[in-house]
Structures are given as structure tokens and as C-alpha cells.
Design a protein around this ligand. Sequence first.
Ligand code: NAP
Ligand code: G4F
Length: 320
Amino acid sequence: MAKRALILGVTGQDGSYLAELLLEQGYEVVGVVRRSSTVNFERIAEIQDRITLTPGDLLDEGSLINVLREHKPHEVYNLAAQSFVQTSFSQPVLTGETTAMGVTRVLDAIRITDPEIRYYQASSSEMFGKVQAVPQTESTPFYPRSPYGVAKLYGHWMTVNYRESYGLHASSGILFNHESPRRGLEFVTRKVTHGVAKIKLGLASELRLGNLDAQRDWGYAADYVRAMWLMVQQDTPDDFVISTGETHSVKELVEVAFDAAGLNWEKHVVIDPAFLRPAEVDLLVGDSSKAHRVLGWQRDVQFASLVQMMVAADLKALQI
Ligand code: NAP
Ligand code: G4F
């Protein structure tokens, strides 16, 4: 019998890659989608006829219980969240309801309907915030710097708590930034690669950015969803840092992206205070030794190849 997996956040970057991975593994895939006035299935358009979509919302626990009762999944991947850090400063309550309390609603729905379901929680390196050690591991103390980071930390501890209180097979993946051509346009990597493509094609002349000194550990999303699946397959649930172990500044990202299109970034980039944050996370770099050892996980795509892949994809999409 095929295993059935339920993905919350299937319309997002990671949800779409995870759905493809699970289909390749022979799973039946059920994706939860929230009500919207327009259809936003671009990322899953190519697999839409091979997965089941069902309505539900992290803000509504009853909808989650109904989905679990109806579809009886073996595995639940909670990738749904208000995931943009900048928005979490202007909408802290919505971020808390979705990104923090949403996790409790899913965990509780699992506890009520079928505690045998295996659970994956999408935790974040934003929980390290003002970092207390370099590089960051599973035992580095947390110090979140945004309402998003605080909300993710709550979700992380609720996952640990439901594992310890009710014996749920619940794992928390502490994932560092991961990107792809499917990344939302508001995140800095995609904003830069899309901006470069527009400038190259004569559709724009400048790109407005905030803090170029921030450093991030950027990997490729398709590599990272493999780690999620591996965590859920372990006999024992646990928490894992997933990262590349390298850090690069936003400025380096900008240089690589403009270079990929044969452009000089200094002629086009404008610093705009509107993109600065009330509190910044200056440096993230993870140590994934535990994931390498226990899960056998490795990433395939390097930083420069990732940025070049994204520039090429944006150029192709805008030329059509
Ligand atoms: P994303 O592209 O922003 O996708 C977020 C998903 O959550 C979308 O499918 C969205 O649906 C859904 N969602 C939002 N609010 C919802 C609600 N109230 N009920 C149900 N679904 C809701 O995020 P991502 O980059 O794929 O990231 C996946 C997860 O990993 C997120 O939890 C994120 O916080 C976390 N994470 C991401 C990274 C990263 O670098 N990408 C790193 C660490 C952790 P709509 O399409 O309807 O908006
Ligand atoms: O791309 P970002 O918006 O990602 P951020 O804040 O690191 O968060 C992402 O990664 C987290 C994992 O650590 C996830 F949990 C979270 O869901 C999300 O996927 O910003 C990256 C850096 C920041 O330091 C920001 O200040 O880029 C800097 N930056 C500079 N100019 C900018 C801009 N960020 C954005 N979005 N837009 C700018 O114009």
C-alpha cells in the first residue's frame, strides 16, 4: 500500500519541491490549500493532476481535524507559515497566529485524530537570531530577533513538547535559508536575480535593496526537502540543523548575480532604508554534522551555481 503524506503549505516554494520528491518516492500526496480570491497554484501546476488538493487553514483547527479524518495520512509536513521576516514586524499578531499557534493547532489535531501520524515541523535558523555561537548547531541557544523568529521558536518548542508529552513522532528541521527559481519575489535572493534579469532585458534600470552586509547560509530548496523526508523516516524523531556550512553577504550575492548577466552591480544598486529591519540578524552559518551523520544528508548545489541558476531562470521567464 502506498504511503500517504499531507503537506501544509503545498503552494509554497518548499511544498512544491517536497510534493515532487514524495511523488517520485511513490507516495499519495494530499496538499492543503487555503481559500483565496485568485488561484495561486503556479508552483504545483505541473503536478496538480497527480496530487489531491483539499481546503484547510492553519487558523482553523476544525478544518485541520476534518482534513486528517478524511485523508488519514501517515505523514504530515507542516511547511505553512507567514514566512517573510519583514512582514512579521508589520503584522506580528497574524504571524503569531499562523506561524506559532498554527503549529499547536496541527499538533493537537494529530493528537486528537491519530497520534501514530509522523510529523515534520519547518523550524528556522531565524530562531538563532543574534547568534550565541558560530557556527550554529542543534545545541546553540536561541535568541530570535523578529516576531517571525519568536513565532518559529514557539512552534519548535511545541513540537518538542508534543513529542515528549504524548510520544508523537514529531521532528523539527532547523533549516537555514534555502532558495530556488520558485522563491517568492520578496526574499532577497529572488528579488536580486529577478531584478538583474529585468535590468539585463532593459525592463528596469535600478534595484533598491536594504542591508548589504547581512550574511546568510544559503542552500538550494530541492536539496533541503530531501532532509525533511529523511527526518520523518528515522525510527526516532529528533531535531536537525540543515545548512551548507558556508556564509555569504548580501553584497556577495549581488556581485555573483550581476556577474552572471555580465552587468556591473555598482551602476544599478541603490540602498533604500525602506528595506532595513527594526532588528537585524547579522550572521547565520550552520553546522549540519548531525544531519550528515544520522540522516546521511548532503547538499548537491553550491552557492554560485544556485545564484546562476536563479538568474538564468528569471531571464528565461521574462523573455517569454
Ligand atoms: P512560502 O513559499 O512562503 O510558503 C508558505 C506556505 O504557507 C504557502 O503555501 C502559503 O499558502 C501557506 N500558508 C500561509 N498561511 C497559511 C494559513 N493560514 N493556512 C494554511 N497555509 C498557509 O515558504 P517556504 O519558503 O516554502 O518555506 C516553507 C516553510 O519553511 C515555512 O514555514 C517557512 O517559514 C519555513 N522556513 C523557510 C526557510 C527558507 O529559507 N525558505 C528556512 C527556514 C524555514 P499561500 O500560497 O496560500 O500563501
Ligand atoms: O531573503 P530574506 O528576506 O530572508 P531572511 O530574513 O533571512 O528569512 C528567510 O530565511 C529564514 C531562515 O533563516 C526563513 F526562516 C524565513 O522564512 C525566510 O525564508 O533576507 C535575507 C537578508 C536579511 O538580512 C535582509 O535584511 O537580506 C537582507 N536584505 C537586504 N536587502 C534584504 C533586502 N532582504 C529583503 N527581503 N529585501 C531586500 O531588499
